[in-house]
Design a protein around this ligand. Sequence first.
Ligand SMILES: [Zn+2]
Length: 80
Amino acid sequence: MACCPKCDNHSFEMVEAEPKNCRFKVMFVQCSSCGAVVGVMDFFNLSTLIHELNDKTETIDNKLEDIEYEIGKLKKKINA
Ligand SMILES: [Zn+2]
């Protein structure tokens, strides 16, 4: 089990941080007892971004289908 190197605590928490000279926010993984930082993660972590991107792609796909359907209807009208 993960253990804090400073106080031997076993629970950790994510904390938003803006270190000096860093253009991006990051997330510190720190000990929930003494606050010792044991790890750093990107604020916008990759899996969240990919998930959001998938949702957007799905929406675009649906809209394209709608547009194709409407174009089909218009074509029929023109040919009629
Ligand atoms: Zn600690």
